[in-house]
Design a protein around this ligand. Structure first.
Ligand SMILES: Cc1cc2nc3c(=O)[nH]c(=O)nc-3n(C[C@H](O)[C@H](O)[C@H](O)COP(=O)(O)OP(=O)(O)OC[C@H]3O[C@@H](n4cnc5c(N)ncnc54)[C@H](O)[C@@H]3O)c2cc1C
Length: 213
């Protein structure tokens, strides 16, 4: 006699949702995970009243109304809008690059002014066949944006100089000529109030000691 209908490897959003839906249809599921906790990458722990996203910040976002209504059955979501900022030396800029970023960079206010500066910098760089990531980025957005908002981030992420990385890593760099700091284009986004996962203090302490980032 079989014990389970499904063996599900991984208790992240996908595995958990699959198990929940299969279970509703009368199937018996066994969910296993190599991590010491449920939730996969969205796992959160409450520390001193703050919900810490243990694998990096996760913002739930979708354009699908059905998905949004579905997920809201499990938790109440806040109205968080992801509008990241980047720090370059002591200067703070909005990402993804948009008119707010360009206003701060060049003290200009219209899309035409921003486009003119970017085109001028691209022409000045005279790069027709980029040999590495640095040249590719400059050929797409000009030197200022590259130096202040791409170089440091890319080199940290890859652990190598941008001049040592191949150009094909970036195909295009989205540039917005509107005053819109919203990172996602999706209609619905938010973070569950109370975190993605519930855990008591004892469990959290045990899990934390096992998490390898
Ligand atoms: C830093 C970071 C930030 C992110 N931010 C966002 C965001 O803001 N919004 C967004 O939509 N997405 C974001 N993502 C992507 C996000 O993680 C996924 O969309 C979502 O969590 C994936 O769910 P999942 O169930 O597919 O996978 P996961 O959450 O990765 O779950 C998979 C689980 O399977 C387990 N597993 C894998 N292999 C095995 C095995 N062989 N044996 C046992 N267990 C196994 C893993 O331990 C893990 O717990 C981010 C990802 C990262 C890394």
């Amino acid at each position: 006699m079989k014990k389970y209908d499904y063996l599900i490897i991984g208790s992240g959003l996908f595995g958990a949702t699959f198990a929940y839906e299969a279970n509703k249809k009368g199937k018996k599921c066994l969910v296993i995970d190599k991590r010491s906790h449920i939730g996969g990458n969205i796992y959160t722990e409450n520390m001193e009243g703050i919900n810490v996203h243990m694998y990096g910040a996760h913002i739930f976002h979708t354009n699908n109304k059905e998905v949004w209504q579905y997920i809201n059955k499990f938790a109440k979501f806040n109205r968080y809008t992801n509008s990241p900022i980047a720090r370059y030396k002591n200067e703070v800029y909005n990402l993804p690059f948009n008119m707010n970023t360009f206003n701060k960079l060049w003290n200009i206010s219209t899309p035409r002014e921003a486009k003119n500066i970017i085109e001028k910098e691209k022409k000045e760089a005279k790069i027709s066949r980029p040999k590495n990531l640095e040249e590719k980025a400059i050929s797409l957005v000009g030197k200022t944006i590259y130096e202040k908002l791409i170089k440091g981030y890319t080199e940290k992420q890859w652990g190598r100089k941008a001049t040592e990385l191949p150009p094909f890593i970036i195909k295009r760099l989205p540039v917005r000529f509107t005053y819109d700091n919203n990172y996602f284009n999706d209609m619905y986004q938010g973070i569950p109030i109370g975190g993605y996962t519930r855990n008591n203090r004892k469990d959290a302490k045990r899990n934390r000691s096992k998490i390898k980032l």
